[in-house]
Design a protein around this ligand. Structure first.
Ligand code: DUC
Ligand code: ZN
Ligand code: ZN
Ligand code: ZN
Length: 496
């Protein structure tokens, strides 16, 4: 046979085009795209008839937490590299970028990177890379940036909140300057940690401990102020920055203004800011804890603004921020904060984060199918696959279908409007989390097949998960191919 796999009769959607093409795959790469019908007689070891369903580049989820120690409250991630990446392929995601977390007393990023490699190696169902999660930018740590680049790491995340992670503005400037010098992309968690700690203490003094007060302690302006400050710091250093998990229309407005001024400012949003609201945090007994993440979900009146900011390019990428904690785990999960003295827990200790790696693509595509004004198909591919690949130096190996160049990573959906809608159930998901915050929400699309480097790894109507742990490989990343430094700063940064 001349090809390994043919995908026939699909409606192929990329970030730029939609068309009826057949796809041939050989040696783990896209070999060619041809007009529908022209490959039907071609020899191949395996053929998939997409029957008019969408065929897209595999999802790239650039914001995933796996096997992390307690950083965002009390708990540890419940998903391992094995269970988290397993869940990803069942939801159409073929590449993940997780975090290699530095704690304040880790003296070397290279050893953090090494130990994260050991967790992931031979355990992944998806291809993968890591962002450095930087919590202590000591001079010796900053000196490691060139070596990180040699090892295929070209991005890092820093925090403006969390005791275990928060950097002061001068430390952020140190990181940005060194990142600029090494062409590393900086991601930033923009919430004002001092304001929200102060608010949290005030709430606790009044005896207001329940999960819903998590949202009270972090109003939109906590995010908006920090976003504006982060933009200012990146403008000063004249270096690109991505604001992660943007939830607030007012923060999005600051980002849009910065972009309009030509700054290399990028932003990410997540399904929780399109589908969840802060009223989920008020669910009876302790159930609100299932929806605690940071920033918190906002109101349903904010959702249309978040969709709009995806459509108008304010948001560059849409990631899951999959940050899994069990609900009923009394040691490492959400319930770890419940004591006889505090039966409803104390929100400040509830681990911040929700699972969503498997539901990211189906939730959004289903919402689009019900209301096509929400997002175009090409935009969907752009923000869930192509742009994350470009932003983090994976393109065009990932996020594209370029013959001879792109890996044969595909997600094949059902033909539009053919499935009866059904509710999301945690028991149908493949993560290691005992709940999903999207339980009962209706979807009408799901990946029918997922293909990673030419191999079918998920077939919804056959055996389900057919990928193998360890088929996923580490992918070395280069420099971001979205806009880089501008070199037009107000002061001469080269002098530093
Ligand atoms: N930030 C994240 O990116 N993930 C989980 C918690 C947080 O605050
Ligand atoms: Zn964050
Ligand atoms: Zn996160
Ligand atoms: Zn539908």
């Amino acid at each position: 046979a001349s090809f390994d796999l043919l995908i026939l009769n699909g409606l192929v959607v990329t970030a730029s085009d939609i068309g009826h093409y057949d796809i041939a795959i050989k040696d783990e790469k896209i070999a060619l795209l041809a007009p529908k019908g022209s490959l039907a007689e071609t020899q191949a070891k395996k053929v998939i008839d997409a029957e008019g369903g969408y065929v897209m580049p595999g999802g790239v989820d650039a914001h995933v937490h796996l096997e992390e120690p307690p950083l965002f409250g009390k708990g540890r991630s419940s998903d391992t590299y094995e269970t988290g990446t397993r869940s990803a392929i069942c939801g159409g995601t073929t590449t993940v970028i997780t975090f290699a977390p530095q704690s304040k007393n880790d003296p070397s990023l290279l050893s953090v990177l090494e130990s994260t490699h050991q967790k992931a190696q031979n355990n992944c169902y998806t291809d993968y890379s890591f962002h450095i999660l930087l919590s202590n930018p000591s001079p010796s740590v900053l000196n490691e940036f060139p070596t990180l680049r040699q090892k295929g790491i070209s991005s890092l995340k820093i925090y403006m909140t969390y005791e275990a992670l928060q950097l002061r503005d001068n430390e952020i400037l140190d990181v940005l300057l060194t990142a600029r010098q090494n062409s590393i992309t900086t991601m930033i968690h923009a919430e004002n940690g001092d304001i929200l700690s102060w608010m949290t203490n005030k709430l606790e003094e009044k005896g207001l401990f329940e999960p819903k007060y998590h949202a009270t302690s972090r109003p939109q302006l906590v995010e908006t102020e920090a976003t504006n400050r982060a933009i200012t710091l990146s403008e000063l250093i004249d270096t690109p920055m991505l604001i992660v998990h943007v939830s607030s229309p007012s923060a999005a407005e600051h980002i849009r203004n910065a972009q309009t001024r030509g700054l290399p400012l990028y932003a990410e949003t997540c399904p929780q800011y399109l589908f969840l609201t802060r009223s989920h945090l008020s669910l009876p007994s302790f159930h609100g804890a299932k929806h605690i993440c940071s920033p918190p979900p906002r109101t349903s009146a904010d959702h249309p603004q978040i969709w709009l900011s995806l459509r108008n390019h304010t948001f560059t990428i849409l990631s899951s921020d999959h940050c899994p904690f069990h609900y009923f785990d009394t040691e490492n999960g959400k319930s770890s904060v419940r004591t006889p003295e505090y039966p409803l827990g104390r929100f400040k200790y509830i681990p911040n984060g929700i699972p969503g790696i498997e539901t990211r693509l189906p939730l959004v595509l289903s919402a689009m199918e019900k209301d096509s004004k929400k997002l175009s198909l090409t935009k969907f591919v752009e923000v869930t696959s192509t742009n994350p690949a470009k932003l983090y130096g994976l393109y065009p190996r990932k996020g594209a279908l370029l013959p001879g160049i792109s890996d044969a990573d595909l997600v094949i959906w059902y033909p539009p409007n053919t499935l009866e809608e059904w509710p999301i159930r945690n028991e149908d998901l493949h993560h290691n989390v005992d709940y999903t915050p999207y339980e009962g929400m209706m979807v009408c699309q799901w990946p029918r097949w997922t293909v990673l480097r030419g191999k079918v790894v998920w077939e919804r109507e056959g055996e389900g998960l057919v990928g193998e742990k360890g088929w996923g490989r580490f992918v070395e990343r280069g420099e971001s191919t979205l806009g880089g430094r501008r070199g037009v700063g107000e002061w001469d940064v080269e002098a530093f």
